[in-house]
Each structure stands twice: as C-alpha cells, then as structure tokens.
Design a protein. Sequence first.
Length: 424
Amino acid sequence: MKEIVVPELAESITEGTVAEWLVAKGDKVEKGDPVVELETDKVNVEVNSDFSGVVAELLVEEGDDVEVGDVIAKVDESGEAAGSDNADVSSEAEAKEENKEEPKEEKKPEAKEESPQTDEGGESKTDQPVASPATRKRARELGIDLSEIKPKDPVGRISKEDVEAAAKAKADAGKKSSKKEEKSAEKTEFDKPVVREKMSRRRQTIAKRLVEAQHTAAMLTTFNEVDMTNVMKVRSERKDAFLDKHGVKLGFMSFFTKAVVGALKEFPLVNAEIQGDEIVKKQFYDIGVAVSTEEGLVVPVVRDADRLSFAGIEEEIGNLAKKARDGKLGLNDLQGGSFTITNGGIFGSLLSTPILNTPQVGILGMHKIEKRPKVMPDDSIEVRPMMYIAMSYDHRIIDGREAVQFLDRVKQMIEDPYDLLLEG
C-alpha cells in the first residue's frame, strides 16, 4: 500500500485546505494523475499521485486543513478498479491484513449490530465512533455526541452528513417542545436571521496580510490628480492601428506601468524593501497588478516591465487577468514584485487609500476618470477628464518629499505621454 502525501508547495506555503477530491475510493489512477485540489494562501494547486493503482482510501475530507508531509490517501498498486472481478478479493485481502494484529474475540450470540467492528487503527468501534477529524470537529461545534449517532455507512463510519442530520433532528425536537419560547424569541430585536460561512483560506490570508501591513509599516498616503486628456487622445488616435498590429487593446494600464517604471528609476527607495536592519534596493522592475476575482484580490506580477513594450505590457496583463479569473494562476505568477498598481476606478471609486502589498514599500492607486473644471495656464477654465491618483508608502524608508515627488513625476509622464510612447 503506497501513501500519497502533501508535497512541498512553495517556500512560503506549508499548509492548505482540501478544496476538492478529483478521485473517489476504488478509482484507478496512473502515476502523475491529479487526485486532489488544495486551496493555499495564494493559489489552488493539484496534488498528483506518485503511483499507479487503485485508490484504497481517502484519509481526509473536503474542507480539512492539511500540512506538507501529511498522508492524505492510500493507493493499492496491485488492486483493481471498483467494479472489476478482483475488487472484492482485493478489499477482502486488505481487510484481513489490517486486522492481523487484532486478537480474535469470541462471537456473541447477541444481535448482529452489537458485534464489535474494528476501524483502520484496530480500535473497537464500540469503544470509539469512527469519524474523521473534520467530522469530530463539526460534532463538537453542534454539540452532538457521536456515540448516539447511527451512521448510514454500512462500514460504520460517521460522516458530516450524519452529524448535520443529528443536529437537525435535535433542533426539530427542541422546537416542538418549546414553541411558545421560540415564538417569543422571534419578536426580540436581537434574534435576526443570519447566514454564517467559513472564510476561505485565501480570504483569511488576505485579511491577515492587510492587518499586518498596517501594523508593521509606517504607512502614509499622498494624493494628486492627473489630466487624462492627452492619454485619451493618444488612445483614440492609435487604438485601431494598435489592435490590428499587436492583437491587444491599448489600455490605460500600460501608460501607468511605463510611468511608474520611469519614476521608480528616479526614486530607487520606492523600489526597495526592508529586511531586518537593511534596505534592499531592487534593480529590477517587476510590477504587481491587482486583479479582483470571486475569491478575493490577487496581485499577479508583470516581470521585467521595463523591458516590455506597450503591447507586451497589455498582453501580459491580459493573460494574467484571464488566468486569475479562471483560477489558473501559478505560484510563480504571484511571487516577488517590487511595486504594485491597483485600479479602483473600474468599480467606480473616485478616491481611496490603497494598502501596501508588503514587503513592498509603495503602491499606486488609480481611480475613476471624471470630468471636472480645471484652471488652465492662461487662467481660462476648461472641462477636463481628471483622475485622482494616490500613493501609499512606508514612511520608515521613504520620506514625504520623495513620495510627493514620485507621484508628481508619474503625473507629469501621464499628462505628456508621447515621451513614454517614444521610449516604449
């Protein structure tokens, strides 16, 4: 019998949650076949079987937390798939092997259901109900005694469904015996309908990291506004030719990415991070682009953005955004990054304070473009498409002067985008 264990996932990831089993007990698997999908802090990853054979046992259930090195399933290399002629023989042989060490007990004349059965560990099921850790945890949460449950599984294993059914029956019995009290309680202002659901591992990680960013960094935010007239003019003039030539649309993100890279070169501390008592100045420009998905915000990284053309940036952002929405981002897509750009404007945000994506020390927030009156150099007033931009920064290594100058440099390059086009 071979064991499938949780492999090394990544340097910073040591645990995950079983999101979905891709096989069932009795299924035939080949070496390299995916058997389970794990949800980690950053992405979902598939665990493959290192052996060919038949799935003999699944040791954890969907929703269970597992760590690197945990045994999660067993594969019988000599077994036959469920439904084959040898399936019953294999199962019978396995059962005999597992019960070898257990001393035989004299059969009692009592009813069949009172005969002791043994679980995988050789303990009598009359001594302790057979249930997974997740099922036992759920029973504790609901105040259910496992010994009082009659499982539906013919082998005697108690499932989460059995626990839920027992809890429902208990609740129904309680309702019938105390109808008056329940009706009275319904009228109180504190008894309101609610829906509880467990936070996904990724949502827990997002929450944890955002709080950590506020607790560890001396975070401040500076604001400015950008006249988007020239960028919108360039896009209008060149969008069709750009699409025909490169196969991607010319969007705002490529302009802002180019402007950010240019400003980072002038203000290297914004492209740094703190490690202990040292400042690490990065001499590469891997720009994280925040993408919203159903499971929460992720920040895939555009590698070497300084070496990419406008078309290269647009294509890479499009690919990463699609992978994020399809749930196919890899760990390498999310690791690293020296600076982040987030665009709340796509949701209609007019102004916000972005939170640092630690250990990075700077993040640029884009917002909704809105027509506003602007005083021109000749004191005339014109209606212009304006965008508020915000930069949050770690005041431990970036002074206010540098932060303001960095954001102003981004503003200058966006308002005069032709230089960016010549460079890119």
